[in-house]
Design a protein around this ligand. Structure first.
Ligand code: GDP
Ligand code: GDP
Length: 437
């Protein structure tokens, strides 16, 4: 499972600054989903190719966070969800009574706690961190989140050991086997109705439904003699039975399911339109590099005008996900649900597309011959050859000179070319630009 890191500490110690540095985003990818307080933000970080989920606590409203040494409810929830805690402190303010109370409370959770002493820029770091050893934690890490100093060391020494190479490789291997579909979306968009429909598709054999209430439920099934695993984040409710109380929506559960899947079916509610929360979740799917199938649900009983309005909104606001197939469905009545499997298959096959160095290099040459890279400040990048870098999503490694100077627009042009010649649908592809040789 993807490691989960909670950032806690008094207001203004620099939690959000560190969060933004680790997730390399200016705003949280997933913020403010209904069902939780607006004070917990979830972000996706990649450290040396390994994925992490970072939870920032507080920093949005600030006021009610960390008051008088009592951890705010949302900080507690974040710590409970996390594998490790980064406890942030302000080197300039020195050790405060609030910090001491927080330290005491943090110990009660039994989670590994690492001190992160922030704002060491322009001061004597050694002297500044000395105080904090008094809190009794052995891992004390000086950083300047604002400038980035120490952040790489922190990432490498504290975070990276949580992600073993074996686990990463095992997860990648698992993802190439058969479609593992995460059904995600905001509460009430129709996820569980859709899961039930998908299971109710003809000739589906459901093998087992393990899982606890806390975790997503993994359902192995077969359709037209092909195996699938459905990751049900909503909690499946058997058909014909009385509905059970709707489980509390959990952002973490959703994000973990996305990470663990190879194809995500993201469900939208046509009647609600596209909300900010939908877009945050969609961006997380993109960050994770997952294949994507979009399903706009509750298409039944809508007028032609309403449908047009939804379509135009979707086209306008979701251009950044235009690689994905889009389905307008009714989970309730079942219309369009069978077709989802076709798009899932297509996206899964695209994510695992066979690529060879010779084909990629040939296509690179063709693309460059058609449109050479533009000159930037009098120089032109020289792209020499390409080879495959992995699957889920497909990665193409390009070697040459001044490749790092290649403009974004030209990279997009190359991506478009590869997508076309490799017949890729429903999955993003990533370029890795390498200098020299
Ligand atoms: P949060 O409330 O814990 O999330 O804190 P913020 O990330 O919002 O940061 C609080 C203030 O500290 C902001 O004004 C930041 O610019 C500043 N800050 C954050 N990191 C550093 C740092 O490394 N050095 C200095 N000097 N200031 C920082
Ligand atoms: P979840 O929270 O995302 O799992 O959503 P549910 O599957 O529990 O559905 C929420 C509500 O929307 C329920 O009342 C469903 O009956 C209703 N619903 C789900 N799919 C459809 C649909 O395609 N059309 C209509 N009209 N209602 C739907």
């Amino acid at each position: 499972m993807i490691p989960v890191i909670a950032l806690v500490g008094r207001p203004n110690v620099g939690k959000s600054t560190l969060f933004n540095r680790l997730t390399r985003s200016r705003d949280a990818l997933v913020a403010d989903l209904p069902g939780l307080t607006r004070d917990r933000q979830y972000g996706h970080a990649k450290i040396e190719g390994r994925p992490f989920i970072i939870i920032d606590t507080g920093g949005i409203t600030g006021g009610e966070v960390g008051i008088d040494g009592y951890m705010a409810e949302q900080s507690k929830l974040a710590v409970q969800e996390a594998d490790i805690v980064l406890f942030l402190l302000d080197a300039r303010a020195g050790l405060t009574a609030v910090d001491e109370n927080l330290a005491r409370e943090l110990r009660t959770f039994g989670k590994p706690v690492h001190l992160v002493v922030n704002k060491i820029d322009g001061i004597n770091a050694e002297a500044a961190i000395a105080d904090f050893y008094a809190l009794g934690f052995s891992s004390v890490n000086p950083i300047a989140a604002g400038h980035g100093r120490g952040v790489n060391v922190l990432a490498e020494e504290v975070l990276l050991p949580l992600a073993s190479d074996e686990a990463l490789e095992e997860a990648e291997r698992e993802r190439t086997k058969h479609p593992k579909i995460a059904i995600v979306g905001r509460p009430n968009v129709g996820k569980s109705t859709l899961v039930n429909r998908m299971l109710g598709e003809e000739r589906v054999v459901v093998f087992d439904m393990p899982g606890t209430t806390r975790d997503s439920i993994y359902i192995d099934m077969e359709r037209r003699e092909k195996p699938y695993t459905i990751i049900d984040t909503a909690g499946v409710r058997r058909r014909g039975k009385v509905r059970e109380t709707v489980e509390k929506f959990s952002v973490l559960k959703t994000l973990q399911a996305i990470e663990d899947a190879n194809v995500v079916i993201m469900v939208f509610d046509a009647r609600e339109g596209i909300t900010e929360q939908d877009l945050s979740l969609l961006r997380f799917v993109m960050e994770a590099g997952r294949s994507l199938v979009i399903s706009i649900n509750k298409w039944d009983g809508m007028t032609a005008e309403q449908r047009e309005a939804v379509k135009s909104e979707v086209n306008r606001r979701m251009v950044f996900a235009d690689f994905a197939r889009m389905h307008f469905i009714s989970a309730l009545h079942g219309s369009g649900v069978g077709d989802l499997f076709d798009s899932v298959d297509e996206a899964f096959n695209s994510a695992n597309v066979e690529m060879s160095a010779s084909k990629l290099t040939r296509e690179l040459e063709i693309a460059v011959a058609k449109h050479p890279p533009p000159t930037v400040k009098g120089f032109r990048s020289k792209l020499r050859y390409a080879h495959p870098g992995g699957h889920n999503p497909p990665r193409i490694v390009i070697h040459g000179n001044r490749t790092t100077k290649l403009p974004e627009s030209y990279q997009r042009y190359l991506i478009k070319h590869f997508i076309k010649v490799l017949n890729i649908v429903g999955t993003p592809i990533k370029l890795e630009l390498k200098e020299g040789k």
